[in-house]
Design a protein around this ligand. Structure first.
Ligand SMILES: [Zn+2]
Length: 259
């Protein structure tokens, strides 16, 4: 079935198809992730030229099919996220967020909540919120879409909600310091990392301006999230590999006052 229509969407990726055409994958608000075919993008003044750039939101107009290729005809209300397009760090974090959104659900699955959550992540980064923190919040909360539900609320043994915690695979969630001995294979994570991951699990992006993380804390959060993703998701995205490499030369490249 096909229907001509318009939908808000975010570009996931695009690639050339033959000389003059493109295949473009868009996370749409009204029909989930859809692969579109677009002809004649080389024509001058074709609004699609700017609309299909990475990190662009727009209202896309086309022939939407529930299976197979859909056809993209035009676009309006084009909103490029300039900082993400221009800053190599934000570009990397944003690419990973889009890669996770793409991997988390099947194509054509209507998921306006994930759409909004993804769009907001990118927009907050574009407005100047800390890219790594936004990415971490996204990583923690999107795990649910992969079918992974972890207990970040309270100790899996006694129900305690405050104090120092570690993560236990045995309990699929946190355990308090009093019960660290129940799981020899607990993560031995930095309690600060667990503290912030618990926070990230429940926070909204708008509230993160109060969170100011030191580089060492960010590093321990990164390590713990990597451990969680390795164990529960097992995804190896190119964009993530790039972030790993980037962190090695990041300190050298970033101006001192941003450290
Ligand atoms: Zn306990």
């Amino acid at each position: 079935m096909a229907q001509v229509g318009e939908t808000k969407g975010i570009i996931l990726f695009s690639r050339d198809y033959k000389e003059k055409d493109k295949l473009i994958k868009i996370f749409t608000e009204s029909a989930g992730k859809v692969m579109f075919f677009a002809k004649g993008l080389h024509r001058p003044n074709n609004p699609l030229q700017t609309a299909v750039q990475p990190f662009t939101e727009a209202v896309f107009i086309g022939n939407l099919k529930t299976d197979g290729l859909s056809f993209l005809n035009s676009a309006k209300e084009i909103h490029p996220l300039r900082k993400l397009q221009e800053d190599i760090f934000l570009n990397a974090y944003g690419s990973y967020i889009l890669g996770l959104a793409d991997a988390a659900i099947e194509d054509h699955v209507y998921d306006p909540a994930l759409y909004t959550f993804t769009r907001e992540a990118l927009e907050q980064m574009d407005k100047g919120a800390d890219g790594e923190t936004i990415m971490n919040i996204f990583e923690v909360q999107v795990m649910q879409r992969f079918g992974v539900s972890l207990n970040w609320q309270a100790c899996g043994v006694c129900g305690k909600k405050t104090g120092a915690f570690d993560f236990s695979s045995k309990y699929n969630g946190i355990i308090c310091q009093d019960h660290w001995q129940v799981d020899q294979h607990r993560y031995h994570a930095d309690p600060r990392a667990i503290y912030f991951i618990r926070l990230f699990n429940s926070v909204t992006y708008e509230n993160i301006n109060t969170i100011n993380l030191k580089p060492e804390t960010k590093k321990t959060i990164r390590q713990t999230l990597d451990q969680l993703y390795e164990e529960y998701i097992g995804l190896h995205l190119k964009s993530k590999k790039f972030i790993d490499q980037m962190s090695e030369w990041q300190d050298v490249l970033k101006p001192k006052d941003e450290k």
